[in-house]
Design a protein around this ligand. Sequence first.
Ligand code: FES
Length: 149
Amino acid sequence: MSSQEIEVFTVCRADAIERGGAKGFNLSRIDESGESRPFPIVVLRTFGNDYHGYVNRCPHDGVWLNIGSGEFFSSDRAFIRCGRHRATFEIDSGFCIDGPCNGKALEPVALAVVDGDVCLCGVKLVEDNGFPDPFEDSDETMDIMIHPD
Ligand code: FES
């Protein structure tokens, strides 16, 4: 078990996300039983140039955080906000500070920026998955850039 290599997967170019922006990715991962599972994530880049990754799923009701408007942020962009019932999360910790899942947290995804690429670490991904796109009903939802102005 300890001999397993850490998987590293390039998600996107680091500069593909603006400072203060976010981008969703609809990935698939291999679970413990070898099955492929949908693995939607969101990568956020702060104005201070840190990158944070979370599973794109509200802990309260399990929906994508950007459901509806495609927006990941509160109107002042200071927090992540679920589009369904408006749970509000800290960007750097994923901790919910307001809303129906107050006290819970988003599931973090380990990221590293390597040679200008945002890379996902420690997750076995399916690069060409056979899953129907869960976002197909909401077209642009998973490829939204939020510009600081
Ligand atoms: S589903 Fe996210 S706050 Fe309700």
